[in-house]
Design a protein around this ligand. Sequence first.
Ligand code: GRF
Length: 193
Amino acid sequence: MHNKLKKLQVAIFISGRGSNLESLIQSSFTKQSLVEVQLVVSNNSKAKGLTIAKKNKIPFIHFIPRKNFENKVMKYLKNIDIICLAGFMQVLDSKFVRHWQSRLINIHPSYLPAFKGLNAQDQAIKAKASYSGCSVHYVSTKIDSGKIILQKKVKILKKDNTESLSKKILIEEHKVYPKALQMVAKTLLTRQQ
Ligand code: GRF
């Protein structure tokens, strides 16, 4: 008989489409995954991502309005080890961020530290940059500034526009985020030993 490793429990926060949510869920189903997606949290009741949670039989909750979000959500996170922000369009308060330090991660569609904030792909196109990319990072109290876990560059060609670049970056996001999550889980599990 071999020891069944306890998997770390993950909550994923979303606001919209949920394509990263989908890739995180799918990768969690693989045998070697160190995590299980236990909960999906949305601050938007119409988020398309909620249908992805439903389809995969993952419990989900949504909160509106955003007032007091952090306090309200905390009681659902008692058994959660890691929170992944995946297109979550709300800035979390600093008390919450500090509480979840080194267990709260985000994906941003640029090769950080370049192009922080909203519309990162558009910023890259407007800046005529030769590359952009995506970055998974720990969330800190400063937006898109926490320690980087994993990132991937994407070339910007002359013919690219915001839409085509977003598509290319998204393909990489779906590979990078699950990998980064496994890295974070491994770090936490090693620390627990
Ligand atoms: C992604 O581009 C992510 O990097 C950014 O928001 C977008 C979310 O897309 N933070 P999706 O909801 O995961 O499809």
